[in-house]
Design a binder for this molecule. Structure first.
Ligand SMILES: CC(C)(COP(=O)(O)OP(=O)(O)OC[C@H]1O[C@@H](n2cnc3c(N)ncnc32)[C@H](O)[C@@H]1OP(=O)(O)O)[C@@H](O)C(=O)NCCC(=O)NCCS
Length: 140
């Protein structure tokens, strides 16, 4: 539960629609879900969660504490996670990202993800506007 609360707290400082701690507790206890975290002296500074099945994985969420962004933390987390998933026999990794999320797009492109589809109006922003999601894929 401690990890779930830490993830929920960071998720709330990173996304407009926070996921509750109970949702993280459920995900962390679920066998097809893999998670990795970065900790500094017992404080969570970043985490990534993905779900996998039949040789395919999907990144569910990734976030870095706002005070630690722009220093390569997400890159290190993603590289570690991708290598762990490859070791589990996952051949392809997918994700969805808001096309306006420049930091996340740089991160994913740098790590080998390419666009495979666009979902127009997929996200509803806090001000009610709709945003396009890009579906990206990377072979592990
Ligand atoms: C996306 C996120 C995880 C990146 O974390 P980070 O630790 O700052 O990322 P890194 O320092 O490893 O940098 C990754 C890339 O993003 C770029 N980047 C980082 N901050 C940026 C910013 N504010 N604007 C533009 N690019 C940025 C870096 O230059 C780097 O690209 P490069 O390798 O081509 O130079 C972080 O911004 C975050 O938690 N955002 C909120 C949650 C979110 O949007 N998650 C992704 C949902 S799909």
């Amino acid at each position: 539960m401690r990890d779930a609360v830490a993830c929920a707290s960071m998720h709330a400082s990173s996304f407009a629609k926070p996921w509750p701690a109970l949702e993280f507790e459920r995900l962390l206890a679920s066998a097809p879900v893999a998670g990795d975290g970065l900790w500094k002296r017992d404080i969570l500074t970043g985490f990534i969660l993905s779900r996998h099945a039949a040789g395919e994985g999907e990144i569910l969420t990734i976030a870095v504490d706002p005070a630690n962004r722009g220093r390569g933390a997400a890159g290190a987390l993603l590289r570690h996670h991708m290598s762990r998933l490859a070791g589990l026999g996952i051949a392809e990794l997918f994700l969805e990202v808001d096309e306006a999320n420049t930091a996340a797009l740089s991160l994913y492109k740098r790590h080998g993800f390419g666009k495979v589809a666009e979902r127009s109006g997929y996200y509803t922003l806090p001000d009610g506007r709709r945003a396009t999601a890009l579906v990206m894929r990377c072979a592990l």
